[in-house]
Structure formats: C-alpha cells, structure tokens
Design a protein around this ligand. Structure first.
Ligand code: TYD
Length: 203
C-alpha cells in the first residue's frame, strides 16, 4: 500500500487556495493516487453545522467560544475524514487546518498562542501535516478579492487581517521544513508549478 500524505493549504481570505487545491488533486489523480479533499471548518455532516455558526452566526460569539468551535470542528475532521484516509494510504488535501487557528485566533484575536497550540494538540491527537503551503498576499489585495459580501471572519477588519498575515509568516519561520510560503500574486500556473517543485521530495 502507498503511504498516506497529509498536505494543508493556508493563507488569508481570497488568497486563491481553492484553485490550487483542485489543480493538485487533478495532478495526483492523473498519477493514479487516491486523493481526499477536505476543509476546515466544515468537512461534512456535523462540521457543516459548525461552519454555519462560525461563518454566519449574527449574534455575539466570544473569542474563546470561537476557539473551541474551530477546535471541535478539527477533532471531528481528524477522526471522521483525515485519519481514516491516511490509514488507507490516501493523499489528504485539507483547505485550512491548525495554522489557521494560530494565525486567526492567536495572532488575529490575540489569544495565548502556547495555550492554543496545547489545546490544538488535544484536538488533533498530535497528528501534524507532512507539508503546508501558505499563500502569502497583502491584506489590501486579499480584501479586494473577497469583495463586499463578507462572512463573519472576513468582516473582522484590516488590522485583524494584517496580524493574521504576520502570524502566518511567523509560523513559517518557526517551521521551515514543513511550511512553504508561496506568493499568491503569481499566476495560477506559476504557483502550481512551484507546488509541484516543492512536492518533489515527498512523492
Ligand atoms: P472559508 O470560507 O473557508 O475561507 P477561505 O475560502 O478563505 O478559506 O472561511 C473560513 C474562515 O474561518 C476564514 O476566514 C478563516 C477562518 N478560520 C479561523 O479563524 N480559524 C480556524 O481554525 C480555521 C480553520 C478557519
């Protein structure tokens, strides 16, 4: 059986992750590998309900409640989707994961980062991505790409999103072996090629 591979895609809103995830999925499938696409928040089932609350609930959501809901969603995604797929030797492509929590709830909301990492470790059962791509983009361009129709997280303001971007760059510095930063301002084809080059050591 082939060995499973867990790849996560990260970056500010509007950074173009989804296009790249789909291109990579096609690449793996052409190479006869089985691929599972998932996302956080909201892989499926219960996760979709949590996503609805996290992105669209209009009332007050405390920062700590938000933190636990994202972590609860992650625990469900790990147990229901990610672990079974990796055990079956599949490639898992996950649209956002742990680094989103550290960047958005830690750097963005200002929650204690070490505590977040510890709680996250409980939610994931210690499972970590093999490889993470962060699509880096300046906040002005990212917000312009998102447009007027913003969800709850996208409406958190420019300063919040600047801290999120900074957070991602800090995380990449801390763990350069796992996290690769790619400029989201390059063309779709250039980015795809860069991903394939970075993946060469893993496949
Ligand atoms: P989504 O529509 O999936 O955004 P995108 O298409 O940009 O990936 O919305 C997910 C939002 O939730 C996004 O603003 C980032 C945020 N988020 C957190 O704040 N913490 C987390 O742990 C995760 C997984 C996402």
């Amino acid at each position: 059986m082939e060995k499973g591979l867990f790849i996560t895609f990260e970056g500010c809103d509007g950074c173009g992750k989804t296009t790249q995830i789909n291109l990579l999925k096609d690449f793996f499938e052409k190479n006869k590998r089985e691929v599972i696409l998932t996302r956080e928040p909201g892989a499926k089932g219960l996760g979709e309900k949590l996503r609805e609350i996290l992105l669209n609930y209009n009332g007050k959501v405390s920062d700590r409640c938000e933190e636990f809901l994202f972590l609860a969603d992650r625990a469900q995604n790990i147990d229901e989707v990610i672990k079974p797929a990796l055990s079956a030797g599949k490639i898992v492509l996950c649209d956002r994961h742990t680094d989103s929590t550290i960047a958005y709830q830690g750097y963005g909301r200002g929650l204690d980062i070490q505590r977040l990492k510890d709680l996250n470790n409980i939610a994931t059962g210690g499972l970590k991505p093999d490889l993470t791509f962060i699509f880096d983009i300046d906040v002005q361009t990212s917000m312009a790409r998102v447009g007027k129709n913003k969800d709850r997280m996208e409406s958190a303001g420019m300063e919040f999103h600047k801290r999120v971007r900074q957070g991602y760059l800090e995380l990449a510095k801390e763990d350069p072996d796992r996290i690769k930063v790619i400029s989201a301002l390059k063309t779709v084809e250039e980015i795809h090629q860069e991903i394939l080059n970075l993946l060469a050591n893993y496949i």
